[in-house]
Write a protein that binds this ligand. Structure first.
Ligand SMILES: Nc1ncnc2c1ncn2[C@@H]1O[C@H](COP(=O)(O)OP(=O)(O)OP(=O)(O)O)[C@@H](O)[C@H]1O
Length: 280
C-alpha cells in the first residue's frame, strides 16, 4: 500500500524529512454565513504520520476534516491530498479520490437496516468486488477490530463501542492510504474509549497508515502518543523511558486558527499560556 502510494505518478509531494506529504493545507479559509470558521490554516501531514487534532468545541476541527475529504470546499487557499490539488476538482473526480480515504465518523454512521457484514462491505459492493472475496475481506477487517463474532448482527443490537469498531472495520476494508477519524471515542466511557484508541494505535503501528484523528479527550491523545502496539501480546505498551511515538504529532485549533503544530515534546513543553491552560 505504502509502496503503491510512492509509485503512483504525481500522487505525492516531497515535504518535511523527505517524506511525501499526504495532506497539505495552504492558507485555507472557510466561512459559513459570513462567520469565519477556519482562517488561513496551513499544515502538512507526511506519509506514515498520525496527526491528532485537538481544540475547544466549535473550533473548526470537523470542518477541517470535511475539507480534507473534499466534502466541503474552502473559500480560499489550497488543499493537496496525495500531492494533488483537490480544491477545485469536480465532484466525480473527488469521488474517485475518496476511494483512497477511510473515514470514521463521529457517531459511527452505520446503516441500521444492513447487517454488520453489509455495512463493512459497503464500499466493496460499490466497487463490485466478487462476493466471496468481499466476505473474506470483511472477516479479515472484523478480526482486526476483534468483532468477527458480530458479523451477522445489525447495528441496533450492538453497544456504542462495538458500533465504533464496525465503523473502523468499514474504514480499513479498502486498505486506505489515509484514515480520517472524527472523534472515534466521542460519547464512549473511558474504558471503551481506550479499546478504540488501541485499535487506532494498532492501525498506526501495524499498517503505518497516515491518519488524522480529532479527539476531545486529552487522555486519548496522550495514550496514543506515549504507547505502542505490541503485535505479540495484542496489547498496547508504554514506550520505555517516557518516550513518545515519533510518527504522532499534534495540531491544536482554537477559534478557527492553528495555535499549535508540532511534536508531543513541543506540545508538553510549550510555554504558551493558552496552551498550558488548555492542557491542564
Ligand atoms: N455546514 C455548516 N453550515 C453552517 N455552519 C457550520 C457548518 N458546519 C460547521 N459549521 C459551524 O462551524 C463551526 C465549527 O464547527 P466544527 O464542527 O468544525 O467544530 P469542532 O471543532 O469540530 O467542534 P466539536 O469539538 O464540538 O465537534 C461551528 O460554529 C459550526 O456551527
Amino acid at each position: 500500500m505504502a509502496e503503491d502510494l510512492l509509485t503512483r505518478p504525481n500522487s505525492t509531494q516531497q515535504s518535511a524529512g523527505d517524506q511525501p506529504s499526504v495532506v497539505k493545507f495552504d492558507n485555507v479559509s472557510i466561512a459559513f454565513d459570513r462567520k469565519p470558521v477556519l482562517e488561513e490554516i496551513s499544515f502538512t501531514v507526511v506519509r506514515g504520520e498520525t496527526r491528532i487534532i485537538l481544540g475547544p468545541a466549535g473550533g473548526g476541527k470537523s470542518v477541517l476534516m470535511k475539507l480534507a475529504n473534499g466534502l466541503l470546499r474552502p473559500d480560499s487557499g489550497t488543499i493537496r491530498i496525495f500531492g494533488e490539488n483537490i480544491t477545485s476538482l469536480p465532484e466525480r473526480d473527488l469521488f474517485k479520490r475518496r476511494a483512497r480515504i477511510g473515514m470514521v465518523f463521529q457517531e459511527s454512521a452505520l446503516f441500521d437496516s444492513l447487517s454488520v457484514e453489509d455495512n463493512v462491505a459497503y464500499r466493496l459492493h460499490e466497487e463490485h468486488v466478487p462476493e466471496q472475496e468481499a466476505h473474506a475481506r470483511v472477516v479479515e477487517a472484523l478480526k482486526f477490530v476483534e468483532l468477527e463474532q458480530a458479523i451477522q448482527k445489525f447495528p441496533p443490537e450492538l453497544s456504542g463501542g462495538m458500533r465504533r469498531r464496525v465503523s473502523i472495520a468499514r474504514a480499513i476494508i479498502s486498505q486506505p492510504d489515509l484514515i480520517l477519524y472524527d472523534s472515534p471515542t466521542g460519547g464512549l466511557d473511558p474504558i471503551t474509549s481506550t479499546t478504540i484508541v488501541e485499535l487506532v494505535m494498532k492501525q498506526r503501528d501495524v499498517s503505518h497508515t497516515t491518519s488524522l484523528m480529532i479527539t476531545h479527550r486529552l487522555q486519548d491523545a496522550f495514550t496514543l502518543a506515549m504507547n505502542r502496539f505490541n503485535p505479540e501480546t495484542g496489547k498496547m505498551v508504554p514506550i520505555p523511558d517516557g518516550g513518545v511515538d515519533e510518527s504522532t504529532k499534534f495540531l491544536v485549533l482554537n477559534e478557527g486558527k492553528v495555535v499549535f503544530d508540532g511534536t508531543t515534546h513541543e506540545l508538553v513543553s510549550s510555554t504558551d499560556p493558552w496552551l498550558r491552560a488548555y492542557l491542564s
